[in-house]
Design a protein around this ligand. Structure first.
Ligand SMILES: *[C@@H]1O[C@H](CO)[C@@H](O)[C@H](O)[C@H]1NC(C)=O
Ligand SMILES: *[C@@H]1O[C@H](CO)[C@@H](O)[C@H](O)[C@H]1NC(C)=O
Ligand SMILES: *[C@@H]1O[C@H](CO)[C@@H](O)[C@H](O)[C@H]1NC(C)=O
Ligand SMILES: *[C@@H]1O[C@H](CO)[C@@H](O)[C@H](O)[C@H]1NC(C)=O
Ligand SMILES: *[C@@H]1O[C@H](CO)[C@@H](O)[C@H](O)[C@H]1NC(C)=O
Length: 459
């Protein structure tokens, strides 16, 4: 009897789930949203990662934090945030122009979307847009700031901002500086503060460490052999099939224009919220292949592919932990926390090495040119990890009696530090976190890791 009940419960549960899936699929097929929107890598909207925001961009569910006990109080927050939605860089805009010219002059076909490209679409991108923050990007950061003030009301508060204990640091790139200004504007507009400006520091050693880590630059960033897997994949069977399909749709000889077209679809949606005719060049299978090609690149250039990729972020790692330690020490000795919140704004290239260093998104096998199929369920998916305004939030709690906890959130969702047991779940004792990263805390020296190894050390 019990088994029967159990089985029928599962049965109805499955029916219910399928029904929900059906309804959700129906919602997904909004004509204004590209069918391939889940696969845009680092060019995706933040709303795709947290779909509830499509309904209400300021929605926050504080219950997700699930404190270890009712006594736990938020005492410090370190936020590392990627800039918001931006224009393509000049190099990407040149590629887009080339794609457009090729299609305009040489493409033929009966499809309505091609007709639309040829007659209605205009090449509206200009080179001076060069990666700048767009209006949507301003809103990304304003809205994130407001949501964070709701999620951490005792930390991101008017009192703390006015009291100067919320610190801002940014990369020098205009899109990051403007993202920082937007984040601050989100708060000052929320609290109607008009008579005061709040400083930010520009620090590229910290937020653009990848440029200053010489070993990384030489061995990976400027070394084409380091991403040989990407080239191999681009010449491999999966990618060739995508290019052939594209060539057939456009009746142009197949070339390397697929990446530019895919980027263009993503940009048009992120920047202007339109489902551009360019998106019709790809079906879902194509998009998954394109997504993999970019993930492969990120994996070898910023992810687990080479040790130096993540070690380049040692400076940021220590910066974050030294602040956490300081806050912990201040609490233990009964003082006020002198730096309640640090907001640090940088790039996908800032966040990914740090997440990698902390051990996130490590699959059992590396991503290669030949394991596309077996990597279908990989955790390393930049589309999920690094949309515009992606963020890593580290929240320190004082749960009373010297019990300090550290909760990591990625894109506003609690996550578990890799290697810590489930029992410690999303709010482990701070001491356990320090134990987990002991080796890095004692080593991981930026200068040592990043120096060039011209001659092997003689013994
Ligand atoms: C809020 O989060 C809690 C815990 O995850 C969940 O049980 C609840 O359904 C969520 N509420 C809403 C309105 O999303
Ligand atoms: C169009 O095709 C011709 C012949 O393949 C080629 O020479 C020309 O460069 C193409 N035009 C553009 C704008 O790509
Ligand atoms: C950044 O903001 C400033 C001041 O609000 C504005 O003048 C400038 O055009 C913006 N720059 C970019 C790159 O968006
Ligand atoms: C470039 O990368 C390859 C593959 O990792 C490596 O063998 C080679 O030493 C690198 N070259 C330099 C100059 O570091
Ligand atoms: C940038 O941050 C690093 C690490 O915290 C620090 O050592 C350095 O002094 C800062 N540089 C500037 C210019 O503030």
């Amino acid at each position: 009897m019990l088994t029967f009940l159990w089985k029928s419960t599962i049965f109805y549960f499955l029916i219910f789930n399928n029904l929900m899936l059906f309804i959700l699929t129906a919602i997904e097929e909004d004509p204004n949203i590209p069918a391939i929107v889940q696969y845009f890598n680092t060019k995706g909207r933040y709303e795709e990662v947290n779909p509830y925001l499509k309904e209400d961009i300021l929605f926050v569910n504080r219950s997700i934090l699930q404190p270890a006990s009712a006594e736990c109080q938020q005492i410090h927050l370190s936020a590392i945030i990627r800039h918001g939605t931006r224009y393509p860089t000049t190099r990407k805009i040149k590629e887009i122009r080339q794609l457009y010219n090729t299609v305009l002059h040489n493409a033929t076909g009966e499809d309505s979307w091609l007709h639309e490209i040829l007659t209605k679409w205009t090449m509206w991108y200009t080179e001076d847009m060069d990666g700048r923050l767009v209006q949507k990007g301003v809103n990304d950061l304003k809205h994130l700031a407001i949501r964070m003030s709701k999620l951490f009301p005792s930390l991101i508060s008017e009192e703390k901002l006015q009291g100067g204990v919320i610190k801002f640091t940014t990369s020098s790139k205009h899109r990051c500086v403007n993202s920082t200004l937007s984040f601050k504007a989100g708060l000052t507009e929320l609290w109607d503060i008009r008579d005061k400006e709040f400083d930010h520091a520009v620090n590229d050693s910290l937020m653009r460490f990848f440029d200053e880590c010489r070993r990384f630059v030489q061995e990976v960033d400027n070394n084409h052999s380091a991403i040989v897997e990407v080239d191999k994949f681009k010449q491999g069977p999966e990618m060739r099939r995508v290019q052939e399909k594209m060539a057939n749709r456009l009746q142009v000889p197949h070339s390397l224009i697929s990446q530019a077209a895919f980027n263009l679809c993503a940009y048009e949606f992120a920047i202007k919220a339109v489902n551009s005719p360019w998106c019709q060049l790809f079906d879902e299978d194509d998009a998954k292949v394109m997504e993999y090609a970019s993930d492969l690149r990120e994996f070898w250039k910023r992810g687990h592919g080479y040790d130096i990729n993540s070690k380049a972020s040692c400076i940021l790692f220590h910066d974050v932990f030294s602040r956490l330690n300081k806050a912990a020490d201040e609490i233990k000795s009964g003082q006020q926390v002198s730096e309640a919140v640090t907001v640090q704004i940088g790039h996908a290239d800032t966040l990914l090495p740090l997440l990698t260093l902390l051990g996130f998104f490590k699959d059992s096998d590396p991503l290669t040119s030949t394991n596309y199929a077996t990597q279908a369920q990989r955790s390393f998916r930049t589309s999920r990890m690094l949309p515009y305004a992606a963020n890593l939030l580290l929240v320190l709690y004082d749960c009373g009696g010297g019990d300090l906890r550290l909760q990591p959130l990625l894109n506003e969702k609690p996550v578990t530090f890799p290697g810590l047991t489930e029992q410690q779940a999303s709010m482990p004792p701070y001491q356990d976190v320090k134990e987990r990263y002991r080796e890095l805390l004692q080593g991981c020296d930026f200068e040592t890791e990043c120096q060039l190894l011209k001659h092997p050390v003689e013994v």
